[in-house]
Ligand binder design. Structure first.
Ligand SMILES: Cc1cc2nc3c(=O)[nH]c(=O)nc-3n(C[C@H](O)[C@H](O)[C@H](O)COP(=O)(O)OP(=O)(O)OC[C@H]3O[C@@H](n4cnc5c(N)ncnc54)[C@H](O)[C@@H]3O)c2cc1C
Length: 265
């Protein structure tokens, strides 16, 4: 079985800054790590490989420093790593990003046929949750999002439990297919000492837009259909009011009076 996990390097959650002119994330100098949801995607891929045999490949689209997330993935049990890096990809929206990743997966599929692609539910920077379903649309492979459990897997299909707004449903999906997983699906393992050594030595395959035969009119900020019109950090007016009162009862009465006075209740 050949499973591809999509992993993205994102700024640590307390470290996201936005350029007010371009509306893009300021990545240079920001401490980065594997997107937390991708740890679950990778863990599921490695667990299924251990169950079924085969290999796990990881793919990322990102700048040169994103290589670190691929080495991290090798340390966690991935076998092969692919990086899509090219100025043509810069500033891509989710439509363009998923197109580039789909072209990369197409090329991986031509080398070793792919059964399953696993993405995280969302990222902690752009946070759209678009990429998994969009990759499946570009590849014309079936998709299940919000997968919380793999119930059964064989050489031809996977049966999953998927979260819905009012519960769960069970789907059997034929290969090749794309899943996006939620964090309830597993508990990611810690990196082993052997994994860390393999990660240092691993060869990372780097591909440009031309290498994956991507149509450049579908890539980059100029060509993507989404426009960031404005981005800003919301202003917060925080003011604290000390509610007077000699005891709890008095304070509660004064609080209710204050809320009424300000038309909150
Ligand atoms: C007009 C526009 C311009 C933009 N310009 C920039 C820019 O200049 N710089 C910038 O950093 N961002 C930019 N973005 C944001 C960028 O489009 C998104 O970060 C990217 O498309 C991924 O979307 P997401 O983070 O919401 O992923 P989600 O859809 O939330 O991610 C779901 C899953 O998809 C997979 N995934 C997502 N992204 C990747 C990836 N790159 N590689 C591998 N797997 C992935 C992961 O498994 C992840 O868990 C721009 C967005 C727009 C709309």
């Amino acid at each position: 079985m050949h499973i591809v996990a999509c992993v993205k390097q994102t700024p640590k959650s307390d470290n996201v800054k936005v350029d007010p002119q371009t509306g893009c994330l300021i990545r240079s100098g920001a401490a980065s790590d594997m997107n937390p949801f991708d740890e679950y995607a990778l863990e599921e891929a490695v667990t299924l490989k251990e169950q079924m045999g085969g290999q796990v490949s990881v793919i990322t689209m990102g700048p040169p420093q994103a290589e670190a997330v691929l080495r991290d993935s090798i340390a966690r049990g991935a076998d092969k790593a692919y990086q899509l890096g090219d100025m043509a990809f810069a500033g891509s929206d989710t439509w363009s990003t998923s197109y580039a990743l789909a072209k990369g997966i197409e090329k991986i599929n031509a080398i070793t046929p792919v059964d399953l692609v696993i993405c995280g539910k969302q990222t902690n920077d752009s946070d759209t949750g678009h990429i998994g379903p969009q990759i499946s649309a570009w590849l014309n492979w079936p998709n299940a999002a919000f997968v919380k459990k793999v119930l059964h897997i064989n050489a031809h299909s996977v049966t999953v439990e998927r979260l819905t707004e009012d519960g769960t449903d069970v789907l059997e999906i034929p290969f090749p297919c794309v899943l996006s997983v939620v964090k309830e699906i597993n508990k990611p393992r810690v990196k082993s000492p052997k994994g860390r050594i393999l990660a240092k030595r691993a060869e990372i395959t780097k591909w440009t837009a031309d290498d994956v035969q991507a149509d450049k009119t579908k890539l980059g900020m100029k060509n993507c259909p989404t426009r960031v019109v404005k981005s800003f950090v919301p202003k917060r007016d925080v003011c604290a009011v000390a509610v007077p009162g000699a005891n709890g009862k008095e304070k509660a009465a004064n609080l209710v009076a204050l809320l009424k006075e300000n038309n909150y209740i």
